[in-house]
Design a protein around this ligand. Structure first.
Ligand SMILES: Nc1nc2c(ncn2[C@@H]2O[C@H](COP(=O)(O)O[C@H]3[C@@H](O)[C@H](n4cnc5c(=O)[nH]c(N)nc54)O[C@@H]3COP(=O)(O)O)[C@@H](O)[C@H]2O)c(=O)[nH]1
Length: 861
């Protein structure tokens, strides 16, 4: 916006149209009001002037009338007084007959001239002739007038010489009257001779009553001429009848033309003002409405301008702040505009590329960009992914949106999505692959399997699925840490991948669980050769930083279409076969067979039966005595559970303990064993202890301490007579947790013994770190004693170790006198085995204890 426009806009912003309109209108109204006031004042002034002029004129004409009256009376009195006959008949002698009867100077004075009084005053100032209102009366003039008029009479006589009459206004009983007086002289009559006496004076009295005054005024255009009232006397224009205003003044009823003018003009002005007010009100309303609309439009315009400015600023900020760059091309596909961000994002020169074809800069997978832009009815909201090469020669990916310009050509934005595309690819990869090993995961496996099964494999060309699980992997993870475990898994993964052909699939579906899908296996020989290769490959030592790790694998094999044609079924069958392989001693493979499924069903039934058995007293407890090897005394017994199944007979714990552990029944089972064992042992002689096996599962459930405590309390047995046997796997699962539990158990006063010592990984370190009271050498060492000298050495070393750590060392599985002899030779503390005694039921064991008590010393074993 130019500066001057902006400043105008700013000024407009300060004052709204409404206020401007109102201000202008109010000024206009004030102007009009001024005009009306001026007109009114002028009218009033004019009216006053008119009235004043009227008054002046009226006064003038009143004076004229008076002067005319005076003139007329002077003329009349002159005519009668300067007349020879009148001299002879009224002065020389008074001849009433001549004057009145013959009407020379008589009633006609009244009838013709309207003078009410006619008097002749003789030389002695006596009234000698009087005619009052046309009638002859004998009355003194002074008496009739109620005042002396000597001055007038004298004045008249003074004018005799020059025949000059006189007039004067007098007041007669409150009414003005004009008196005309003239000395009676012979006039021009040569026959009349003037005598020596003072002249008689002829006097005419004209009483100016209201009617007469009004008539007089009318003659001169003065309305209702009358004697002024006391109020009117003070009026500026009242005409005094003499110098002495006491005689009275004349006034008139003014026509007041000014007032009439006001009477007409002011209402007209008022009406005009009213009309103007109405018009102004109407204009104000319309102007206000218009101004409001204008203001609203202006406000809308302003907000639009503001929004536009904000939008522009935002657009500019967004364009420059985002990774997007903006482009425009003409109808020939040539770049006509590239925003600054183009250089920042691509590193390419805007100047160099402006004018170049957009097809040279960007390419799509669908053809050239110009082809894409030319697609008829192309939706403008759909973008296209393009590639270009940046300044560093790297291929970049950009998402391009385009809109046709109203003229010709296109414009749009380009967003660099290289990272996004790569991230998406990565996400897609990760969604189908295992993050640790990069092998396909369960999702990818499912997809692959579905695809292969849809192709309907045949018996001749079967689809082979291997379910592979690592053996001995968990200890690696637990003992060497997860980083080592990860390395092992990665190594195993790559070894597995190396063993299969292209087109096959190796997937990792769990911690150490893998599934292999093989498509080109024509015979079981091939399958088994592969299994062998896989196991051999995995069994090869895996070198970690400073040590070698050994793991092996078990494999379950299921085939389509022989075993199943459904992916889920195939997986389940391969898992069953794997289970069988593990059960068969691990490090081997098994084909799925129908009866495996039967075994699983069988296992489930056994679980259900076991649940029933625990509640319904089908469990039995056996005790296997433990003896001091040095002197053959029984020192205690290990409690061993059996299950007296109503149909299957006595079932070994090897069969049902794993089921109890897997199904969660182990807690109920173990509670029963603990309670029964401790209750029984509480009745034994004090020197005998009872040893109870605990499952590793019990260490994880959290309330082992409370359970043992409760058992001890319930049975009342001395805790020192109770030994708990735990295996190394307890520590392997959660060493810190196990230590915590064991410390708590030790606070109860029980003994803790490590069972199956020598079969695990680092029993030695556990022995040092955990609060064990004893260890039991696994019976596998004694089993091999005859054929393996190493085991003798090991047994000897374990005994030495136990002694060094102040642990009671017990040897398990003493089956022969040779075993016993050897153990005695290495000073093993205690022993148990079939050679000494098989596990006995409660009655048999009680009998044994009794017998032993009776033959207090068994001299030798
Ligand atoms: N958690 C629990 N585990 C228990 C319980 N009762 C037993 N078990 C465990 O079951 C496994 C099998 O036990 P079992 O069949 O009772 O076998 C024991 C002995 O009979 C056997 N033994 C003893 N002497 C010899 C011998 O000279 N030769 C030979 N071949 N076998 C012999 O050894 C088993 C006792 O082993 P151990 O426990 O390691 O001392 C077994 O692992 C039991 O632990 C139970 O209540 N809870």
């Amino acid at each position: 916006m130019p500066n001057n426009l902006a400043s105008i806009a700013n000024r407009l912003t300060d004052r709204s149209s409404l206020s401007l309109a109102r201000a202008s209108l109010f000024k206009f109204v004030a102007l009009l009001a001024g005009v009306f006031v001026l007109a009114s004042v002028s009218l009033v002034y004019l009216a006053n002037d008119l009235d004043r002029t009227e008054e002046v004129e009226s006064a003038f004409y009143t004076k004229k009338a008076m002067q005319s009256l005076e003139k007329s009376m002077l003329s009349t009195v002159r005519d009668y007084a300067f007349w020879g006959d009148a001299y002879r008949h009224l002065h020389v002698e008074v001849d009433a007959d001549w004057a009145f009867v013959r009407q020379n100077i008589g009633p006609t004075i009244y009838s013709d001239f309207g003078f009410q009084g006619l008097f002749v005053v003789n030389d002695a100032n006596r009234t000698v002739y009087s005619v009052i209102k046309g009638e002859l009366k004998a009355v003194e003039v002074s008496q009739w007038l109620g005042q002396s008029i000597t001055a007038i009479v004298d004045q008249a006589r003074a004018g005799a010489e020059t025949e000059t009459p006189t007039t004067a206004f007098i007041n007669v009983n409150g009414a003005p009257a004009l008196v005309a007086a003239a000395a009676i002289t012979p006039g021009t009559d040569p026959t009349a001779v003037a005598d020596e006496r003072p002249a008689s004076v002829l006097i005419f009295v004209n009483l100016l009553n209201s009617a007469k005054l009004e008539l007089m005024g009318n003659d001169f255009g003065v309305t209702r001429l009358h004697v002024a009232t006391p109020d009117e006397m003070s009026a500026a224009f009242a005409v005094p009848l003499s110098d002495n205003a006491a005689i009275g003044s004349l006034y008139w009823t003014s026509s007041r033309p000014g007032l009439r003018l006001l009477g007409i003009g002011l209402p007209l002005i008022g009406i005009a003002a009213l009309l103007v007010c109405l018009m102004t009100w109407a204009i104000l309303r319309r102007t206000t409405a218009g101004a409001l609309v204008l203001d609203a439009s202006y406000a809308s315009l302003q907000s639009s301008q503001q929004a536009l400015a904000t939008s522009e600023a935002r657009f500019r900020d967004v364009v420059e702040a985002s990774s997007d760059w903006v482009w425009e091309i003409d109808a020939d596909w040539r770049l006509t505009f590239l925003s600054e961000r183009f250089e920042a994002v691509t590193g390419l020169s805007r100047t160099a590329w402006t004018g170049a074809s957009i097809d040279d800069l960007l390419s799509t997978e669908l053809g050239t960009l110009s082809q894409w832009l030319s697609i008829p009815n192309r939706r403008p909201d759909i973008s296209v992914q393009c590639r270009y090469v940046d300044i560093k020669g790297r291929e970049r990916i950009t998402r391009l949106s385009a809109r046709e310009m109203s003229g010709e050509g296109f414009r749009g934005t380009a967003t660099d999505v290289t990272e996004e595309v790569e991230a998406r690819r990565r996400i897609e990869f990760l969604s189908q692959h295992d993050a640790l090993t990069g092998l396909p995961n369960r999702t990818r496996l499912q997809e692959f399997l579905d695809g292969k099964l849809k192709a309907l494999p045949t018996v001749e060309q079967p689809l082979v699925m291997l379910s592979l699980d690592l053996d001995r992997f968990k200890p690696v993870n637990d003992l060497l840490g997860h980083a080592a475990g990860d390395l092992v898994l990665n190594e195993v993964s790559s070894r597995l991948a190396d063993c299969v052909r292209e087109g096959d699939l190796v997937a990792r579906i769990g911690g150490d669980e893998f599934v292999l899908i093989l498509t080109d296996m024509n015979s079981s020989v091939e399958v088994e050769a592969l299994c062998r290769r896989l196991i051999d490959s995995i069994e090869r030592p895996i070198a970690l930083d400073e040590q070698e790790v050994f793991v092996s694998a078990s494999i379950g094999i299921a085939m389509a279409p022989t075993d199943a044609l459904e992916a889920a079924e195939l997986l389940r069958y391969a898992d069953i076969a794997l289970y069988e392989a593990k059960a068969a001693g691990r490090n081997t493979w098994r084909y799925y067979a129908g009866d495996m499924n039967v075994r699983i069903i069988e296992r489930r039934r056994l679980e259900s039966d076991l649940r029933f058995a625990i509640k319904n007293n089908e469990l039995r407890l056996y005790f296997q005595p433990r003896y001091s090897i040095a002197d053959g005394r029984m020192v205690g017994a290990e409690a061993l559970v059996r299950w007296q199944h109503p149909e299957r007979g006595l079932i070994s714990p090897d069969t049902f303990i794993p089921i109890a552990e897997e199904s969660g029944l182990i807690l109920a089972l173990s509670n029963w064993v603990l309670n029964t064992a401790c209750s029984q042992a509480a009745q034994w002689p004090q020197h005998l202890f009872v040893s109870v096996n605990l499952s590793p599962i019990e260490f994880k459930t959290g309330n082992l301490f409370e359970r043992i405590q409760k058992t001890l309390n319930n049975s009342g047995i001395d805790p020192a007579r109770v030994e708990l046997e735990i295996t190394e796997s307890v520590m392997l699962d959660d060493a810190a947790g196990a230590l915590e539990v064991m410390k708590n158990l030790k606070r109860l006063g029980v003994r803790i013994c490590m069972d199956d010592f020598g079969t695990g990984y680092s029993s030695l370190s556990y022995l040092r770190a955990f609060p064990f009271d004893g260890l039991k050498i696994d019976r596998s060492f004694l089993n091999r004693l005859e054929e393996n000298d190493d085991d003798k050495t090991i047994v000897q070393a374990i005994v030495g170790l136990g002694r060094a750590l102040s642990l009671t060392v017990t040897a398990e599985g003493i089956e022969t006198a040779e075993h016993l002899k050897l153990l005695k030779a290495v000073s093993c503390d205690e022993g148990q085995g079939y050679f000494l005694s098989r596990p006995l039921d409660i009655d048999a064991f009680d009998a044994l204890v009794e017998a032993a008590d009776m033959s207090a010393d068994k001299s030798s074993v």
